[in-house]
Design a protein around this ligand. Structure first.
Ligand SMILES: C[S@@+](CC[C@H](N)C(=O)[O-])C[C@H]1O[C@@H](n2cnc3c(N)ncnc32)[C@H](O)[C@@H]1O
Length: 435
C-alpha cells in the first residue's frame, strides 16, 4: 500500500487488540512489561486511519511502546508519551535497529569489564539496597553506572526524572538498561506476591548474587535480545529517528496545538493497576528515590494512590459517569463513599483532562483510536467505552464509532476480594474511533 495516499480500510476488518501470546516463540525485548494491545491491531488501525509517511501519530499512554514501534517500522513519524521513565526506556529500546547487532557482544563485554573495575563501595543509600545485599547492590549499580558512562554521558550523572535526561538516552543505551532491568528482576523471585503488579517490601535486602552469576545472567539476557535483533535482519536502518519518546503527562504533553494527525492508544483502565509499583525494580535501577516514586504514583492515572485534595466532580464528564459515581457513593460496602469514590473521581478527572489535551494537539479532522476495557466495582459494571464516548462528545469530538471484542476478564479488577462479585463475567474490550 502507498502510505502517502492510503485510502484506509473498513472498521470491521481491524483485528482484535488482544495480545496474541505465543508459547512457542521466545519473548521479545520488553515483552515482560504491560502492553495494552497487539502490534497487528496497531498496523490495522494505521491502515484504517490512512496514515502515511507525512502523518504524525501520537500515543499519549505509550507504555511498552507498541504504537511507536509499529509506526517506526512502517515509516510513520510518531510521538509516544508516558509518565513512567522506566517504560519510556523500554519503548525506546524497541526502536533499536538491527544495524547495531554486530557490535552488541563487544559492548556487553566492555560494559561488564568497566563495571568490574569501577565498583563503588561507598555507603550512600541506594534503592537497590532494599532487595539486595550491600555487595550485590553495589555491583548492580556499577553495571548501571557503566552503561551510563559508556553509552549516555561519560563522567556525568543525568538522572532519569526529567524529560531532558530521558531525551539524552539513545535506543542503544535504552536496550542495555532493559537488559539490566531483566537481570535485576530475574533475581527477585522471592519478592513476588500473589498480586502480579506488586513486589513485597523488605526491611533489609537479602538477595546475594555473586558477580560471575550476575555477569552470566546479563550476557544471557543480552544474547536473547541480540537474537531477536538478528531475526529482524531486513531492517538495516535504525527506525529510531522517526519516533520521539517523551517523559510527560497525558494531561500536558508539551505538543503544539494541532500538530498531530491521529492518535492510537490504550489508556490506563479503571482497575486500580499500580503501574509504578509494577515497575519498582526498574525504578530502583534508575535510582529514583522514594519521594520521586511517590510523586509518580500520585500522577499516574488509575493508580490506587488517592491524593489529599480530591478534584471536584464535573458535569462535563457526562451522565453515565455521573450515574456510576452515584451508585458507588450509595454502595453499602466498606469505603465506597470515601476511598473508592475519591479513586474514581480522580480517575475521571485525569481522563477528562487527557481527552481535552489530545483534542488540543490534534489537527482539525484528526481522529483518535482508543482501546478500552470495561470493569466492575463490586457487582456494578463499568463500561469505560461508554464513559469516554460521552466525555469525548462533551470535549468537542463530533462522532464516536465503537467496535466491541470479547476478552477474558484477566486484569479487569486486581483486587482478589472483588472476584466473588463477577464470577463468569466476560470483559469487553472496545475500540472507540473519535472523529
Ligand atoms: C495500558 S498502559 C498502555 C499500554 C500501551 N498502549 C502498550 O501497548 O504498551 C497505560 C500506560 O499509561 C501510563 N500513564 C498513566 N498515567 C499517565 C499520565 N498521567 N500520563 C502519561 N502516561 C500515563 C502508564 O505509565 C502506562 O504505561
Amino acid at each position: 500500500m502507498d502510505r502517502e495516499c492510503g485510502t484506509g480500510a473498513r472498521l470491521a476488518s481491524i483485528r482484535s487488540p488482544k495480545l496474541a501470546r505465543s508459547k512457542s516463540s521466545p519473548p521479545t525485548p520488553g515483552s515482560k512489561y504491560y502492553a495494552g494491545f497487539d502490534a497487528g491491531f496497531v498496523a490495522d488501525v494505521i491502515e484504517y486511519l490512512a496514515l502515511g509517511h507525512l502523518s504524525l501519530l501520537l500515543d499519549p499512554w505509550n507504555g511498552a511502546g507498541t504504537t511507536t514501534k509499529v509506526a517506526a517500522d512502517l515509516g510513520i513519524p510518531s510521538i509516544g508519551i508516558d509518565i513512567n521513565p522506566a517504560v519510556v526506556l523500554i519503548a525506546k529500546s524497541k526502536l533499536l535497529g538491527s544495524g547495531v547487532a554486530e557490535s552488541l557482544d563487544a559492548l556487553t563485554h566492555e560494559v561488564l569489564a568497566h563495571a568490574r573495575s569501577h565498583v563503588d563501595f561507598s555507603s550512600t543509600r541506594d534503592q537497590l539496597d532494599q532487595r539486595f545485599t550491600f555487595g550485590t547492590s553495589r555491583y548492580l549499580r556499577s553495571i548501571e553506572r557503566s552503561i551510563h558512562h559508556l553509552l549516555v554521558a561519560p563522567g556525568r550523572t543525568l538522572g532519569f526524572s526529567t524529560p531532558e535526561s530521558l531525551d539524552a538516552i539513545s535506543s542503544l543505551a535504552a536496550s542495555f538498561y532493559v537488559v539490566l532491568f531483566e537481570t535485576v528482576r530475574s533475581f527477585l523471585g522471592a519478592y513476588r506476591s500473589s498480586n502480579p503488579t506488586w513486589f513485597k517490601s523488605a526491611s533489609v535486602g537479602d538477595v546475594s548474587v555473586a558477580k560471575d552469576r550476575v555477569d552470566s545472567r546479563f550476557r544471557a539476557i543480552e544474547a536473547r535480545h541480540h537474537r531477536h535483533l538478528n531475526g529482524l535482519a531486513t531492517v538495516t536502518e535504525t527506525p529510531e529517528g522517526r519516533a520521539i519518546l517523551r517523559l510527560a503527562t497525558s494531561t500536558a504533553t508539551g505538543i503544539k496545538d494541532g500538530a498531530v494527525d491521529a492518535c492510537i492508544t490504550s489508556p490506563p483502565y479503571c482497575t486500580r493497576i499500580d503501574y509504578a509499583m509494577m515497575t519498582r525494580p526498574e525504578l530502583a535501577v534508575l535510582g529514583l528515590g522514594q519521594k520521586t516514586v511517590r510523586e509518580l504514583r500520585e500522577s499516574i492515572i488509575g493508580s490506587p494512590t488517592v491524593v489529599k485534595s480530591r478534584p471536584a466532580e464535573d458535569p462535563s464528564w457526562g451522565p453515565y459517569v455521573h450515574d456510576f459515581l452515584s451508585a458507588v457513593k450509595a454502595h453499602n460496602s466498606k469505603a465506597s463513599a470515601t476511598y473508592y469514590l475519591n479513586y474514581f473521581v480522580q480517575y475521571f478527572d485525569g481522563m477528562h483532562r487527557s481527552l481535552n489535551e489530545v483534542r488540543r494537539v490534534l489537527k482539525p479532522g484528526g481522529r483518535s483510536a482508543i482501546v478500552v476495557q470495561d470493569s466492575y466495582y463490586k457487582e456494578i459494571r463499568f463500561d469505560l467505552g461508554r464513559a469516554l464516548a460521552e466525555m469525548a462528545m462533551e470535549c468537542g469530538w463530533m462522532e464516536v464509532e465503537r467496535m466491541d471484542f470479547a476478552a477474558p476478564h484477566r486484569r479487569a479488577n486486581m483486587n482478589p476480594s472483588a472476584r466473588q462479585y463477577r464470577a463468569g463475567a466476560v470483559a469487553t474490550e472496545s475500540l472507540l474511533i473519535l472523529s
